[in-house]
Every structure is written in C-alpha cells, then in structure tokens.
Design a binder for this molecule. Structure first.
Ligand code: XIL
Length: 579
C-alpha cells in the first residue's frame, strides 16, 4: 500500500492519527463490511492509497454509515488541528456525494469539536478543515468520522492527514476549504447581461390607456399594475399524500404550492414504481385540486430503464425480450393514456446515461418507440427526455453531457417525437459557474427543443453560499431565452429526498435558500407598479409575462394576461379621474 504524503508545509505540527488514509475503517450498522474497499491510484499526480465506502442502503442518519479513524495521540483543549484529504464522489444519483465531517469523543454522548457538511463531485477535490479542540482526550478516545449515511452513494478518500499544531497557532493562518463558484462576486460581468436578457425575453410592454366616459384621454390618472401569476413556469415536485392531507401541515403545504409555484410534478406517484408514495385516490384528488387552480402538471416518468427503478416482474423477463418489449410498451400506453388531458409534459425517458438495462436488451431504437407510443396515447403533452449531471458538473466536455447530446440527436434522427430536454439540476459539491450554466444551455438550445430544469435543488447545509447560488443559478437560467421552465424537487424538509435542500424546515420556517427563491421569483421578477398617465392618457409599464391586475382609481380592476407580444388595455375611468 502506498504511504501517505509526508510533506508538511507548516512546521511544528505532530500527526494525531498515524497511518493516514489506511487508518480508516467502516463504522456504523447500516452497510456491510464489504462496503469498504481499498485501492491505489494516482491522485493529483501522486500515487496514493484510496479508501472507499459504498452506502448501498438508505439510512436514517448520516452517522449510520461512516469512515472512521481513531487518534493515536492525546489531544487537549485549545489544540488547533488541521484535517486534510482528497475526496471524490464514486457514485450517487446526483453525481455529488454528501458527507458530514465530525471530530468527536468516542464515548457517548460523543461530544464534538467540529461537525460540518460538505459535498463533492466526481473530480478529486482537496479538503482542508481546521478546527480547535474543545475537550481533553487520550490516544484512541477521539476520532474523525466522515459520515455518509442517508442516501445511496459512495465516497473515495485519499491523502488523509490530521495534524496537531498545538495551542499557539492562529487558526486563521491555516488553509480552509470553502465551497464557492466563479461569478459569485456582486459585480461579476454576467449579471448585467443576464438582467438585460431578462428584461428583453421575460418582460413585455403593457400599455394602459385611460379614457373618460366621452372617450377622451385622461392625463394624470394613477395606474396600478399588480402581478398575480408568472407566465414562466416556476414549479415544484409534490407528494400527493401531503397535498391531500388534512390538518395544519397539509394546509400549509397546499398554501405554499399556491403561493410560491405555478407548475407541479409528482415526485414519485406517476412512476412505474412509486416507492410507496401516494394511493390512486390521493393522486386523483391532487390532480383535481391542481386542475381547479389551473396549475399545470408535468408527468414524471414513463420509462426509467434501469432494473432498480422497474417493477420486479419486468426484470424477470430479462431473458424474454419479446415479452419484455411488450410489458414496457403497455406501461407507456396505459400511463400516458390514463392521464391524457391533465398533463402538460411527460418525461418519457429518464436517466439513459446510468440506466441502460432495457436498451441493452431491446436496442436503442426502443427509445424511439416509447416516444411514439407516448405521443399516440397523449397527443397534447410535450414529450421530454430527462437526465442528471448536465448542469451540475461544472466542466465542459464532460462525458455525461456528451452522451446526452448524442442520445437526443439519435432520437431526432430516428424520428422520435421528442419536444423537450429536461435537465434535473441536483447541485451539491460543484456549483457550476453561471457563465458555464449559460454555455451548457446554449449547447442544448442548438437542438431547437424546449428546455426545462426539471428537478432543481442545492444539497448543502443551510449557508450563504447555498442561498446565493440559488439566486444566481435561477438568474442565469431565467435569463436564457431557451429555458422554458424551472421546477424544484420539493420544498419541505419533512418531504424532501435531500432534506437540507428544502426551502422550509420541519416547522415551516423559511430557510435562506427558500428566501432566495422567494426574493427572485416573487419580488425581483414580480411586477408591482404604480404609474401616472401622460397627456395622451396612456402609460407603458415593462412587466413580466403573466397575469396582472390593472386598476385605475375609481374603476373596476381589470385582469389581463401579458405575453411576449405585449398588450394595450383601455380603461374607462370613473368621472372624477385625473386632470
Ligand atoms: C427520487 C425521489 O425524490 C425519491 O423519493 C425516490 O425514493 C427516488 O427517486 N432523479 C429523478 C427522480 O429523476 O425521479 C428522483 O426522485 C431523483 C433523481
């Protein structure tokens, strides 16, 4: 096994855990011992020992699956320690791995000196975590725990060291890893351009012309334009069980759906395997509730072509391709047919990069068939492909992006009636720079299809960077004329696949990331104007596409819908208007 790099840039430190990476073991009840593996690889130009933990089961807590290493020297209150290591995501559903870094006493109640959440993408990344010790422990009585439970994922780790600088060093002089992104500065160049594009593509002129009863222009009339709904889809995933639930949480959940969003998708309920979410009645009642409020519904998803997402009886047909083809076709026909007339979009095909089982057996052209069948069964739905790892990788020329473009071109070339490109948008370890987000959209915009961000979330501990990135990624996406909607993957921590990403905590307090959404979608991009007519009796407001209420004092309010074409409304003022 390769030894740990011994280079120690800061003199005077002692090693608190002998053996570095090799000292890590698997701790926690949730995954078997086979989940830990060790290899040797080049990391950053140097051969290193790598330890990997693969979490194969969803667990209740981060600490249910961890890489742990025990101190081999005593540490004392006031000592300043620096943990340094390389890490990367081995596998996960988002391309990012989430972990919690703790330094804690080994005996209950496991007093901690540091407990910090991090995320990392598929590229090796160096972590530097300085912290001050707040307890005295002998050798072996404290440990580093890199906790990986809660979701299925694997983490590779290398080049670990834990150095003790003693009590006399200023902790601020040590290196420290902080997640950030290019273009975060308030004067970053992309911002002005994005604002200009938003004004151009997401707003239109709303002219209000005020006349008196004789038809003469009224000068000086006070006109108010209040937006009531966005034209652009700002949506969320929902759980039918909560949307139809009696009691205060259900009521609150419904209120948030109505107040913060104008499009909805079911997180699990329309999948072939619904993971136990939502009974048939709950789904039907949810659809009725949404239809009543004119809230469009996206369908997710007709075929998710990996065994793990398919019903067991489908896998049983692995060696009987004719029957296998048939059962999948029946699924597409029946699901698309059942909801026809109620859905604006269908994700026909989900995650074809990592889920290839059906295509491997049936051939790539089976994907074309699914799109055809979906179109026949529900001619009005916009038909999408959907995948992760497109916006969230940061890098250009990434294999998953290449594969996505190739697959879409293949579908188009073979006559699949595909209308839209779905990009999931599960961010975590890599916060793609707004300029790169725009470049990725440019690339797919060239295909000439609709583009929707279908599953946006930022899986980080609640922090300024999480909120600022939400604001900035929303701004970049909303500014791009090829983007046709932005849907977040849930909003309440009690019903979220990655609870840290939720806009609201369990008690419905809005977190900074939720506030960032609200500030953009319902403040910055929300028309609320009070203006006065000129000598021609008219005034023009540059307003966001969507529904607005126009009022002129003394006259009944008028509801209007503004789209890219712009609009002129004539309002007859009551007698005492203007001058
Ligand atoms: C997830 C749900 O959020 C979970 O509740 C469920 O257990 C698994 O599926 N990409 C997708 C979504 O296309 O369907 C996934 O949803 C998240 C990743």
């Amino acid at each position: 096994m390769a030894t740990q790099p011994s280079a120690d840039p800061v003199p005077g430190a002692t090693i608190a855990i002998d053996g570095g990476t090799d000292a890590f073991i698997h701790r926690g009840p949730a995954v078997g011992p086979e989940s830990l593996s060790r290899t040797n690889e080049e990391v950053n130009g140097e051969r290193m020992a790598i330890v990997s933990l693969n979490v194969t089961e969803v667990t209740d807590q981060f600490w249910d699956a961890q890489l742990a290493a025990y101190t081999t020297k005593a540490v004392r209150t006031g000592d300043v320690l620096l943990a340094s290591f390389w890490a990367r995501c081995g596998s996960s559903m988002t391309g990012n791995a989430r972990f919690q870094f703790d330094f804690e006493r080994t005996s209950p109640p496991n007093e901690k000196c540091v407990s910090l959440g991090f995320a990392v993408g598929r590229q090796w990344r160096r972590f530097e975590i300085p912290f001050e010790v707040t307890m005295d422990t002998g050798a072996g009585d404290s440990r580093v725990a890199i906790q990986l439970g809660q979701t299925r994922q694997s983490l590779d780790m290398a080049g670990f060291s834990l150095r003790n600088f003693g009590p006399d060093i200023d902790i601020e002089t040590l290196p420290k890893t902080e997640l950030t992104y290019d273009g975060r500065a308030s004067d970053a160049a992309w911002r002005a351009e994005a604002d200009r594009r938003i004004r151009e593509h997401r707003m239109a002129d709303l002219t209000v012309s005020v006349r008196d009863e004789a038809g003469h222009p009224v000068e000086g009339a006070v006109v108010r334009v209040h937006q009531t709904r966005h034209g652009f889809p700002f949506g969320t995933a929902v759980a039918a069980g909560i949307l139809t639930q009696p009691g205060p949480d259900g009521a609150r959940y419904r209120r948030v759906v109505e107040e913060l969003f104008n499009e909805v998708t079911f997180e699990n309920e329309l999948k072939w395997v619904n993971h136990g979410f939502g009974t048939g009645t709950q789904v039907e009642d949810s659809i009725a509730w949404l239809d009543e409020r004119d809230i469009p519904i996206r369908g997710h998803v007709l075929v998710w072509p990996g065994w793990q997402w398919l019903p067991k009886p489908v896998k049983a047909l692995e060696d009987r391709p004719v029957e296998l083809r048939q059962i999948v076709e029946d699924r597409v026909r029946s699901a698309a047919g059942r909801y026809a007339g109620h859905l604006v979009d269908w994700d026909v095909l989900n995650e074809p990069f990592t889920n290839t089982d059906l295509m491997r057996i049936l051939g790539d052209d089976v994907m074309v068939d699914w799109f055809r069948l979906a179109r026949e069964a529900d001619p009005d739905a916009t038909l999408y492909i959907n995948d992760f790892g497109i916006l969230t990788t940061g890098a250009r020329g990434n294999p998953q992006v290449e594969h996505y473009e190739r697959t879409i071109r293949y579908l188009l070339d073979n006559g699949a009636p595909i209308d839209g490109v779905g990009m999931q948008g599960h961010f975590g370890g890599v916060l793609t720079a707004p300029d790169d987000v725009l470049a990725i959209i440019d690339r797919f915009a060239a295909l000439g299809l609709d583009i929707k961000i279908t599953e946006l979330d930022i899986n980080l501990p609640s922090s300024p960077v999480q909120a600022e990135y939400m604001r900035d990624v929303l701004t970049a996406l909303f500014s791009h004329p090829a983007v046709d909607g932005i849907i977040v993957w849930g909003f309440w921590s009690e019903r979220h696949w990655l609870p840290d990403a939720a806009f609201f905590d369990a008690e419905w307090n809005m977190r900074p990331v939720g506030l960032a959404w609200y500030e953009q979608v319902h403040r910055a991009w929300w028309t609320n104007a009070e203006v006065v007519t000129g000598s021609d009796g008219a005034v023009t407001v540059r307003a966001f596409h969507g529904d607005h209420t126009v009022t002129v004092d003394g006259s009944p309010a008028k509801d209007v819908m503004l789209d890219a074409d712009g609009l002129t409304v004539v309002i007859t003022a009551a007698g005492d208007q203007g001058g």
